[in-house]
Design a protein around this ligand. Sequence first.
Ligand code: SAH
Length: 214
Amino acid sequence: MQQDTFKHKGMRQRLITELREKGISDEAVLGAIGSIPRHCFLDSVFDTRAYQDVAFPIGEGQTISRPLTVARQSMLVEIFPGAKVLEVGTGSGYQSLVLDRLGAEVYSIERQRNLYMKTKLLLADFNSAVHCFYGDGYQGLPQYAPFDRILVTCGAAAFPTELFAQLKVGGIMVIPLGSPTQVMTKVVRKTDTEMEVTEHGDFSFVPMLSRKSN
Ligand code: SAH
């Protein structure tokens, strides 16, 4: 793993200031982002830019979300210590580690085999308890359901009813819905069949694709 130098820590502090200026006020979320060396989740060519508030390619045509998006999603999903969380789209593992550092028990699923294998090893290096799975997030992880929280980090063209079925009553799902761009959507499961839906701005994610890929 790449070293976390004094210079990286300085850049990270500036990112936290920038996120505050952009309206992020949740201290737990800022604390988690402030504690994680984002440059370790990126190719070393991005080393000096890793703490800019931008998305970067992570291979396989995928991207790590920009820090502002990670912060917004992490706030919206209202993590509490011990929450059992399903993340769809492990990608670089950065968001998974943010959830882990917020105290969640994270189950993360990724459809790209190479990303799954690489990220599983990286997250283990961070001494995290994230459980990584290779599979199709549209199916969720019925064997580990129900979940307190579900966080989807790719853009879903259609509402995934399978995932809603794996959410506890009282649970929260945060999901970017739409194609080609998405509206950040928060779904609170009120009863077995009822939900309360609120919308939280426009975003642009890589698409949520069905079936796992090699
Ligand atoms: N949370 C990630 C974001 C990565 S981008 C991070 O912090 O880096 C979204 C990821 O979702 C990509 O890696 C993509 O391969 C994955 N993805 C897309 N459709 C999926 C599906 N149906 N199931 C699981 N993962 C999916």
